[in-house]
Design a protein around this ligand. Structure first.
Ligand SMILES: CSC[C@@H](O)[C@@H](O)C(=O)COP(=O)(O)O
Length: 353
């Protein structure tokens, strides 16, 4: 058994694990054009904040290779146009624009178009490698924070396949498995797209982690009945005050953790912080199509024409978060002050504004 990976870059080829088909079909698809990458992000073939950023970075670099011009300013203009297009694929996970901004800044160092194409590819590879290292660190810090705790609940999939490797919220479980430390993980199925049942359960099983599936509506009962000791989730965007957007249903768990008096942890790399916004009120919340709720696996489960509200994310107020676990260490409340103090040389979105 091994920790599954979802993005591979080998010999100039980008391949992703099609997360829409999991867990029944394990299929890797090649993405060759800007539109391939845009569609893969939009359709959730590649998903999870860090993985979206990595895929978009490769997508921008791949598209640049095909631009047929020797004129540097024209090339820069085309790269920026591509970045704007990719950046519009999904609005909430800030890692997407963070990665694209890193590439569009990097390419400006080029003196020729050929050099620009090379710099873009190198930067995409760097983002990919840095994310794996960051997630491993998050796993280590997460393990210390969860010292003495065994029964932990999570939602969505903030795992290896949502990142370069290891994941964020799931990183302590993967590392724990490697080190012989066994957790009992309770995974919420995560309606409407079932990232919990389809992805988290599958991924943790690959890593020999003891995982139990529950429906989202069972969380309150399960925390009491199974004596859950902590909740850990990922993040799509964290504002300067610590307010955190993550998969819809996360806020329910944070409120439950507060009611039960158990710690609620967020795990995320520096690339998920958006210090250009002061609070969660400014985080754009993606609304997805009605069919995600009215249909399950193509079968209609609600009357024809049913009115639907389908926000893909919610925002957990910072006051409910016991700590935010990053690659630089755990950040504790007093977030406005403690986020910059812990992230130090952080160069993410809004950090230098
Ligand atoms: C390490 S992934 C963290 C988050 O991106 C994850 O928890 C999440 O909300 C993913 O949402 P998704 O809509 O599946 O992309």
């Amino acid at each position: 058994m091994a920790i599954p990976l979802s993005i591979s870059w080998q010999e100039g080829k980008l391949t992703i694990l099609d997360q829409q088909k999991l867990p029944h079909v394990i299929e890797y698809v090649a993405l060759e054009t800007l539109e391939d990458v845009y569609d893969a992000i939009l359709s959730l073939k590649v998903r999870g904040a860090p993985a979206i950023g990595i895929a978009a970075a490769y997508g921008l670099a791949l598209a640049a290779v095909r631009h047929d011009t020797d004129e540097l300013q024209t090339f820069f203009h085309l790269v920026e146009k591509d970045a704007a297009h990719l950046g519009s694929s999904r609005p909430t996970a800030v890692n997407l624009v963070w990665a694209l901004e890193r590439l569009t800044a990097k390419v400006k160092e080029a003196a020729t178009v050929e050099q620009g194409k090379k710099l873009l590819l190198e930067e995409a590879v760097r983002i990919h490698e840095e994310d794996e290292a960051a997630c491993r660190k998050i796993g280590e810090y997460g393990l210390s924070l969860l010292e003495g705790k065994t029964r932990v609940m999570t939602i969505c999939n903030a795992g290896s396949i949502a990142t370069a490797k290891y994941g964020t919220a799931l990183a302590p479980f993967h590392l724990g498995s490697e080190l012989g430390r066994q957790f009992e993980v309770y995974a919420c199925e995560t309606r409407p797209v079932f990232q919990g049942s389809r992805l988290t359960v599958w991924e943790l099983q690959q890593s020999d982690v003891d995982v139990t599936l529950i429906t989202d509506s069972m969380a309150a009962h399960t925390i009491g009945a199974k004596e859950i000791e902590a909740i850990i989730v990922g993040a799509d965007r964290i504002a300067a005050n610590g307010d955190t957007a993550n998969k819809i249903g996360t806020l329910n768990l944070a409120l439950l953790a507060d009611a039960y008096g158990i710690p609620f942890y967020v795990a995320a790399p520096a690339s998920t912080f958006d210090l250009s916004i002061s609070s969660g009120r400014e985080i754009p919340i993606e609304e997805r199509k009605a069919e995600e709720i009215t249909h399950i696996a193509g079968i209609q489960i609600a009357p024809e024409g049913t009115k639907v509200f389908n926000p893909a994310f919610d925002v957990t107020p910072a006051r409910l978060i016991k700590a935010i676990i990053t690659e630089q260490g755990a950040i504790t409340p007093g977030y406005e002050k403690n986020i910059p103090a812990v992230l130090g040389a952080y160069t993410g979105k809004g950090a230098n504004s």
